[in-house]
Design a protein around this ligand. Structure first.
Ligand code: PLP
Length: 400
């Protein structure tokens, strides 16, 4: 077999993909699991979106498109961005790829030289650090605190910036904590970035439609339109429209960056799927009915999961302002002992204990750069959430 390249030592399989595989294995073996690991909506893609894709297939929209997306999709994206941010983006300031994930990866590939730094506030989405390192950069993680609502402060940002800093990553709403930056918090951070002209902001807004507070979710570009060319907004249709398998994401920012991403796509995937792009147009142009309905359902599930977890001694959940995850502080359980006499010293061991004793699967905090915690998803039916809460309560009660 060909020997792996050196860069492969700088990347590992995404922990969420690994856990998802593990859940499938358990289920295949006939074991009942309660997977609070789910990282995608459990709803079906809306019918009008499916119909648009079928119509596109019938109309012969089955060929390569331009690398950064069809004019129709670029138009739908610019309309959405105008609605959300008040900014009008031109077609060459938009790029479209196979998911927000691919665009973040390509943005790093297009901009990072060996040793360039990317500031990543922790807890972070599991993929950012690996995406940085495999592209030659250096992730600089900055621990946020529960007291600050798990948000990066302007002082922390100022201290983390060096002359090698290329990007700061802001993920709002955040996976895993559910934190949403307010306009004034974003203003504080963009003020710091304004004073450092070599620093850009990668704003991952993939969960922005799933939010329980002010709408639209504030965006860095709204509070600092003068930094528009230094802000790369990343979004997509996966979470808002239950379209994870269609693989369409988009970015908006400097035309030069979008062109570079287009060049990389032209030499790797050629373009995103033509059929999925037609579906994404229907999603973005199709009104808010689906989003309003599903956010209503998520709200009930969120309340169920947060109140259930809060009632368990030793667990401290944070009610998310956006997204469909609850971030849970389980540090009080570290050092406790299982019935078989095993001392739990890490969140990974705690997650194993949950799985062993009640079949509940959670993703441990170390994956997000924040030990002593875990992430619990509520992209699941209320029934499963109820069973999982009961299971976790039993598992915790077994600890001494
Ligand atoms: N960004 C964050 C914070 C996510 O949690 C995810 C998916 O889990 C993505 C990006 C990727 O989304 P997409 O399906 O558009 O690649």
């Amino acid at each position: 077999a060909p020997a792996p390249a050196e860069r492969m030592s700088r990347v590992k399989e995404s922990p969420s993909s690994r856990v998802a595989d593990r859940v499938r294995e358990f289920q295949a073996a006939g074991r009942k699991v309660l997977p609070l690991t789910i990282g995608e909506p459990d709803f079906d893609t809306p019918d009008h979106v499916k119909e648009a894709a079928i119509a596109a297939i019938r109309a012969g929209e089955t060929k390569y498109t331009s690398a950064n997306g069809t004019p129709a999709l670029q138009k739908a994206i610019t309309a959405r961005l105008l609605r959300k941010t008040g900014q009008s983006y031109a077609g060459d300031e938009i790029c479209v790829g196979g998911g927000a994930k691919q665009l973040i990866f390509l943005a790093f590939m297009a901009t990072l030289d060996e040793g360039d730094e990317v500031i990543v506030p922790a807890p972070y989405w599991v993929s950012y650090p690996d995406m940085v390192t495999v592209n030659g950069g250096r992730p600089v993680t900055v621990a946020t605190t529960a007291d600050e609502g798990y948000k990066l402060t302007p002082d922390q940002l100022r201290e983390a910036i060096t002359d090698r800093t290329t990007w700061v990553v802001l993920n709002t709403p955040n996976n895993p904590t559910g934190a949403v930056y307010s306009e004034s918090e974003l203003r504080g951070l963009t003020d710091v970035v304004r004073a450092h002209p070599h620093v850009s902001i990668l704003c991952d807004e993939i969960y922005d439609e799933i939010n329980y507070g002010a709408r639209p979710v504030p965006s860095a570009v709204t509070v600092a339109p003068d930094l528009r060319r230094r802000i790369f907004l990343v979004n997509g249709v996966s979470k808002a429209y239950a379209m994870t398998g269609w693989r369409i994401g988009y970015g908006a920012g400097a035309a030069g960056l979008c062109a570079a991403i287009g060049t990389l796509q032209s030499q790797s995937s050629s373009c995103p799927s033509s059929v999925s792009q037609a579906a994404a147009v229907a999603a973005l142009d199709g009104g808010r009915e689906f989003i309003d309905r599903t956010v209503g359902i998520y709200t009930e599930r969120r309340d169920l999961l947060v109140s259930g977890l809060a009632a368990i001694d030793g667990l401290r959940p944070t009610a998310p302002e956006g997204g469909f995850y609850v971030w849970v502080d389980a540090s009080a359980l570290m050092g406790s002992v299982t019935p078989s006499g095993k001392r739990i010293t890490t969140d990974a061991e705690l997650a194993e204990h949950f799985l062993d004793t009640s079949g509940v699967v959670v993703i441990s905090g170390d994956s997000y750069g924040c030990p002593g915690h875990f992430r619990a998803s509520f992209a699941l039916s209320s029934e499963i959430i109820g069973e999982a809460v009961a299971g976790l309560a039993r598992s915790v009660e077994l600890l001494r």
